[in-house]
Design a protein around this ligand. Structure first.
Ligand SMILES: [Zn+2]
Length: 495
């Protein structure tokens, strides 16, 4: 053989070897879904269930802002409604009011030393933009039941969950179910403005009491019908972590003066350059941690070419990262994101501003820290004329909950039996939930609401025409009932 022939034989051998490795890894990339039989959904009075949630929506339990007043009367009216509508819950469970308007229910188990099951939801809702009122099919706080839906602010987020949990417990009490381990229900009143009062106080109270908690289930993930475009089936995403947040305040001060003899850069120009630099240089993306775990669960369910890519992330990782970067919802899962949100400066067309302020909001990926963000900002701006300050409202990313815990197995099995066509996968919640305050009580913190959603439904949540289908609500009730039976019943062994 000539040396050229030897070269081509060598290249061919490498190509064959590479293909063999790729295909072998793809064949070994097997499904992580579990086989369970489909749950039978017990018959319930759907009309009554819908009406109770509709009544709950009529209480305007709006969280306005940290500085704003609390809608005390609305919360008190909601609390009174719960007593009337869920008499068995209030008979069998102890109810405490915490931080004035948050609620903690305790259903003490027969084995009180076993760690408890803790289900979270929140009573408060976001305000309705006054300019959008006319666009609502039914007024947002009228609690209308029509066309198979319960309409109004909070129908999904998060009164839908709270009522589904209470309906489930009400049914269990009436059936004579008695929990083996303690069941705790915690419904905060200020989740939409950070949970600094409600969830924080409940978590502290449980810690003070030495209450042991096996796992927490809060809002966060859901069964998404059309959000993940590469998968045909519904995907049940269960949050195993949530991002942190760092708002960085930037300030430029200058001498000011008349605009007729300006320096080359005014305070506005200096700040604009800084913001442009931060947007052009985001923190690096990486396919690891929660994204890795998610692709391990989704990948085996994909068609061959995509499955091959997912199975060989050692080779295609950079390509995948670039593909994620092109799609904001995916990009948010692989990096600490940068969003310039506030820019103030200047008062008159002919006056150089003496001060310009901006705020850039970063959502911090697990693995990065608030301090990493501060360092990144200083490095990227690299301009001593700009003061950089981390604002108070910051938080580190959560820990990543285990997916080999009995609690996760129970949640996963309950999802599969109630949503048989759904692929179940762990994922990263890019927003914030009340659950982060419970980190000191257990590692097993999961974020999932048992509702089916389209992308449009997700927009409704803090937008216009929030609503929940009655059949979605009844399935959620069945889910919570089954989960409570499974985890607070006799069969469950925690780790
Ligand atoms: Zn919520």
């Amino acid at each position: 053989m000539s040396s050229i022939q030897r070269f081509f034989v060598g290249v061919l051998a490498i190509v064959i070897l590479l293909v063999a490795v790729l295909v072998t890894r793809t064949l070994g990339f097997t499904s992580k879904q579990i086989e369970v039989s489909e749950a039978e959904i017990a018959a319930i009075d759907t009309e009554a269930v819908a009406e109770r949630l509709a009544r709950g929506i009529r209480h305007r339990t709006i969280s306005h802002s940290l500085e704003g007043p609390v809608e005390a009367e609305a919360f008190e009216a909601l609390h009174a409604q719960l007593v009337r509508d869920f008499p068995r819950v209030h008979d069998a469970l102890e109810r405490e009011t915490v931080a004035e308007w948050s609620l903690l229910y305790t259903w003490r188990g027969r084995r009180p030393d076993e760690p408890a099951v803790l289900l979270l939801a929140h009573q408060d809702v976001v305000p309705v933009d006054p300019n959008s009122i006319d666009a609502w099919t039914h007024p947002p706080f009228e609690g209308v039941v029509a066309d198979g839906f319960v309409w109004g602010r909070g129908a999904i987020d998060d009164k839908g969950s709270m009522f589904a949990i209470l309906e489930a417990v009400e049914a269990l009490v009436s059936l004579g179910f008695e929990p083996e381990r303690t069941l705790l229900l915690a419904f905060g009143h200020d989740e939409e403005i950070g949970g600094d009062q409600g969830a924080t106080s409940i978590a502290n109270l449980l810690k003070q009491r030495g209450e042991k908690v096996d796992f927490v289930l809060d809002e966060g993930g859901a069964v998404t019908l059309d959000t993940i475009s590469i998968v045909q089936d519904p995907v049940a995403v269960v949050g195993v972590a949530e991002k942190g947040m760092a708002s960085i305040a930037l300030t430029v001060r200058s001498a000011g003066g008349h605009s007729s003899m300006p320096p080359p850069q005014s305070a506005v120009g200096i700040m604009a350059a800084a913001i442009a630099a931060l947007e052009a240089n985001p923190m690096p993306g990486r396919i690891d941690g929660t994204v890795d775990v998610m692709l391990d669960h989704l990948g085996p369910e994909l068609d061959f070419p995509l499955k091959l890519v997912m199975a060989n992330r050692w080779l295609f990782g950079p390509l995948l990262s670039a593909a994620f970067a092109a799609e904001p919802t995916l990009d948010a899962m692989q990096r600490t994101t940068t969003a310039a949100t506030v820019f103030n400066g200047g008062v008159k067309p002919n006056v150089l501003p003496s001060r310009v302020d901006a705020v850039v909001n970063f959502r911090v990926l697990p693995g990065d820290s608030v301090e990493d963000v501060r360092q990144h900002v200083l490095r990227t701006i690299d301009d001593e004329r700009i003061e950089v300050r981390v604002m108070d409202a910051n938080r580190e990313p959560s820990a990543i909950a285990p997916i080999d815990s009995p609690a996760f197995e129970a949640i996963r099995a309950t999802i599969s039996s109630h949503f048989p066509s759904a692929i179940v996968t762990p994922y990263l919640v890019v927003g914030g939930t009340d659950s982060r305050y419970f980190g000191g009580l257990t590692d097993n913190i999961y974020r999932f609401m048992p509702f089916e959603f389209t992308a449009r439904d997700r927009e409704r949540m803090h937008g216009t025409d929030e609503r929940i289908a009655i059949h979605t609500l009844t399935r959620a009730i069945a889910f919570y009932r089954a989960l409570i039976e499974r985890t607070a019943g006799a069969a469950f062994q925690s780790d």
